[in-house]
Design a protein around this ligand. Structure first.
Ligand code: HEM
Length: 391
């Protein structure tokens, strides 16, 4: 039985180093759609249909990194180990569905529409604050896109956002860095202290809400924990960690990719300014084009199986390439062009199935409003560069 492929994996590294990864990504998809990358040792999957199949048949692969043949558990007794063994990706299906059911209404499309004014105000206030701080355009985009999701999540969940905001954003970053496979000892140490800080923040908020409940997610979950007893306080800690960990940087990165694209592509910017409804209708197409690259969702094989002519072995890692799927010509005609009127096709960007992104509608609302603000003030942004460099 053939387990290891015969194709050299240098193409993957060339692609990582290339300014534009798509020519190589297209070549890989056409010639080696399931491609073994060494020395990292994972399968890069680049065809849309293969990625869809894997996302729809959870029996073949899992998100739980403990199924990886090279998995090295974090130190026994550490907070990281506690998180590894209890997070949303590793709990039982039954427990996972119960937790998701509890949060379904909070993150439903209707609830997010109701939150529209709050989100819009936060987006506008953040933008104005940054403009008055007189940052350069790139800093402005980076700061804008990372402050907004942090503030929105904090408001919704009930965590206090104004306690040293920049420090907490850095802490969240340190915590999620460790979610990459086999983090270095140094990253683990950073993440352990980050997790400690985030849990202290969460515990403090839980204590405050026990005494004085408010209209936020923490108070809602505490009320369930204390009345129906179907939820423990530890469950609440995990949920909050997952929401903060999964909702802040993802939204920031996607928003940053989108706004940088608008900043560079004047034609696209003009098109959106001329027809504002396209910022909503065409948002998925903008995401398809702007968000991609070689990397994507990680999965771990639960059994041996065949994919794209390759034999995947139980315990191996697969990377479902976002850019591979988003630019697959079998699904998107002229995939390297933006076509805002393109019929909508589901993208794997928010995942699928049981672990599908909980915050998809919240993220889309934020992205749309950040784009709207950008369309309102592009000149303001464009006039910034010299100001910072002049001192
Ligand atoms: C543009 C922004 C976002 C993107 C691209 C994104 C993407 C994803 C993806 C792909 C998954 C599934 C992971 C996988 O299949 O490997 C996921 C899960 C998740 N996302 Fe998001 N996400 C975004 C924003 C948010 C926000 C704002 C929240 C806040 C609530 C959030 C909360 C979660 C949670 C809690 C999970 C785990 C779900 C589970 O295991 O049941 N995400 N996200």
């Amino acid at each position: 039985m053939q387990f290891e492929p015969s194709v050299p994996s240098s193409l993957y590294h060339k692609m990582l180093a290339a300014e534009d990864p798509y020519p190589i990504l297209h070549r890989l998809r056409a010639e080696h759609p399931v491609y073994f990358v060494s020395p990292e040792q994972f399968w890069l999957v680049t065809r849309y249909q293969d990625i869809e199949r894997l996302l729809h048949y959870p029996g073949y692969v899992s998100l739980d990194g403990r199924n990886w043949e090279k998995y090295r558990p974090a130190l026994k007794g550490s907070l990281l180990r506690w998180n590894e063994d209890n997070g949303l990706f590793c709990c039982s299906d039954e427990h996972h569905s119960r937790l998701r059911r509890l949060l379904r209404n909070i993150f439903s499309p209707i609830s997010i529409v109701k939150m529209g004014d709050r989100i819009r105000n936060t987006v506008h206030e953040t933008y104005m604050e940054l403009v008055s701080e007189r940052l350069s355009p790139v800093d402005l985009i980076a700061e804008f896109t990372s402050r907004v999701p942090y503030r929105i999540i904090c408001q919704l969940v009930g965590l206090k956002a104004d306690d040293d905001e920049a420090e907490y954003r850095k802490t969240i970053h340190k915590f999620i860095c460790v979610l990459q496979p086999n983090p270095s000892i140094e990253d683990q140490q950073f993440a352990e202290s980050a997790l400690h800080k985030l849990l202290t923040w969460i515990n403090r908020t839980m204590e405050e809400r026990m005494a004085f409940p408010k209209a936020d997610v923490v108070s809602y979950l505490l009320q369930i924990a204390h009345s129906k007893q179907t939820l423990t306080e530890n469950d609440i800690r995990f949920l909050l960690l997952n929401i903060v960990g999964a909702g802040v940087e993802t939204t920031a990165f996607v928003a940053q990719d989108i706004l940088l694209l608008l900043y560079q592509d004047i034609e696209l910017l003009e098109q959106l300014k001329a027809d504002r409804s396209l910022a909503n209708k065409g948002l998925l197409e903008i995401i398809r084009y702007a968000v991609g690259g070689p990397a994507g969702l990680m999965r771990f094989a639960l059994c041996d199986f065949e994919l794209g002519g390759q034999r995947i072995r139980q315990g191996q890692m697969l990377m479902l390439s976002r850019g591979g799927a988003n630019r697959d010509p079998a699904v998107f005609e002229n995939p390297d062009q933006i076509d805002l009127k393109r019929p909508i096709v589901k993208l794997p960007v928010f995942g699928r199935g049981t672990h599908r992104c909980l915050g998809e509608h919240l993220a889309m609302a934020q992205l749309q409003m950040m784009v709207e603000v950008f369309l309102d003030y592009p000149e303001e942004v464009a006039s910034r560069p010299s100001e910072k460099w002049d001192g």
